[in-house]
Design a protein around this ligand. Structure first.
Ligand code: ADP
Length: 372
């Protein structure tokens, strides 16, 4: 007989954060098995580690230690790319804040995960899913034109777009009225009936009641694990999990390219401001380089002209044993005039007198050199 393989299994999972010298033990050795088709609620006080656990189970985060198997495959051995690919293929997420893009329509928001996973017929599929969550008349609405409950329904439709095996819902009703909350829980229950496993994180007992199984956690440990409703388990064929990364075909690349163009067009002001920023930045760098080059060239020209045409004539000094001594012969103004008169080779002559002096005042003294 073939060995039974659960959907998810974690063994002795820990999560530790080190902040400065402080060690925070957020998850302290959690063991959990979730079967295909289960509807599990994870409850616990705020800060008990519910979201941390859900992020690890949802492959959004890695534990510090422990084992995590999906359909018997050790997924902690997967690299980031393979993990992202697996996540996009089998997991759907629903968050308290909906996490929808406000500039996109409901249909485009739903279709977005398919851009990353390379799904086909995005438009038809997103419209079909919006119909399933009761929003067929809201496909072209933007999130700001929808109520909180409707936005969460869009988020649920988005979580279904890659046909997940499991949905992770982190406080999905946290921002909703009780009527809207019940509608959302009904949708999740219906999806679970269709065979999708649901793991729900909540701190509200009324919401946790919808699940078949309730796991209580406190201080990063499982406090209790109880079955609330007995359900017959279907024996389904376990999925073969392979280490795969996403590859983009030319058609998918083209579709993604046009999606990006659509995103740029739907965020005109942001796109224009970003482009303006880049243009100003590049233009300033070019101008700075040009100015620098120009100044360098001018300086080089000046030095070159000086090097070939300029001649310094200085009175010599008597040097004795490597030590420069007194001036051997001075140059007087009449020498300058004689030089200027007697040769045609000199274009201009500019006499300079330089000297130095020491000024002493009390116990202070200073030495200055000057040219006239
Ligand atoms: P819950 O969902 O049960 O409210 P969380 O899993 O969000 O709890 O957080 C559990 C604890 O872990 C909290 O005390 C939180 O401050 C801490 N925590 C979460 N993320 C980080 C992080 N990135 N760095 C440090 N501490 C964190």
């Amino acid at each position: 007989m073939e060995k039974h393989v659960p959907l998810l299994q974690i063994k002795n999972i820990t999560k530790v954060y080190n902040i400065g010298d402080n060690r925070l033990d957020i998850l302290r050795g959690i063991n959990l098995t979730v079967e295909e088709g289960e509807f599990v609620a994870i409850m616990g006080p705020s800060g008990s580690g519910k979201s941390t656990l859900m992020h690890i189970l949802g492959l959004l985060d890695r534990p510090t230690d422990g084992v995590y198997e999906i359909y018997g495959e050790n997924v902690l051995k997967f690299n980031d790319n393979q993990t992202a690919f697996l996540r996009s293929k089998i997991i759907g997420f629903v968050f308290q804040q909906y996490n929808l893009l406000n500039k996109m329509t409901a249909a485009d928001n739903v279709a977005l995960p398919m851009v990353y996973s390379g799904g086909k017929n995005r438009k038809e599929k997103s419209e079909q899913l919006l119909k399933e969550v009761g929003l067929s008349d809201r496909t072209e609405h933007k999130p700001t034109q929808l109520s909180g409950g409707q936005q969460q329904r869009v988020a649920i439709a988005r979580s279904l777009v890659n046909d997940p095996k499991i949905i992770f819902a982190d406080e999905p009703t946290g921002n909703l009225s009780s009527k809207q909350s019940n509608e959302i829980m009904q949708i999740l229950t219906d999806l679970n009936k269709k065979g999708i496993s649901v793991i729900l994180v909540t701190h509200e007992p009324d919401i946790a009641k919808w699940a078949d199984r309730l796991i209580m956690i406190k201080d990063g440990q499982v406090l209790s694990d109880t079955i609330q409703k007995k359900k017959e388990r279907k024996n389904t064929e376990p999925l073969k999990i392979k280490k795969e990364s996403s590859h983009l075909s030319i058609a998918e690349f083209a579709e993604n390219f046009f999606s990006a163009i659509r995103a740029i067009i739907s965020n005109k002001t942001r796109s224009i401001l970003t482009m303006l920023g880049i243009i100003i930045g590049v233009a300033s760098i070019i101008s700075m380089l040009a100015l620098g080059n120009g100044a360098q060239k001018a300086l080089e020209q000046q030095i070159t002209s000086m090097g070939t045409n300029l001649l310094y004539l200085m009175p010599g000094r008597i040097s004795l044993g490597g030590v420069s001594g007194t001036v051997a012969r001075r140059i007087y103004l009449k020498d300058v005039e004689a030089l200027a008169e007697n040769t045609e080779l000199i274009k201009n002559i500019d006499p300079n007198v330089s000297g130095s002096a020491q000024v002493v005042y009390g116990n202070k003294n200073t030495y200055r050199k000057c040219v006239l």
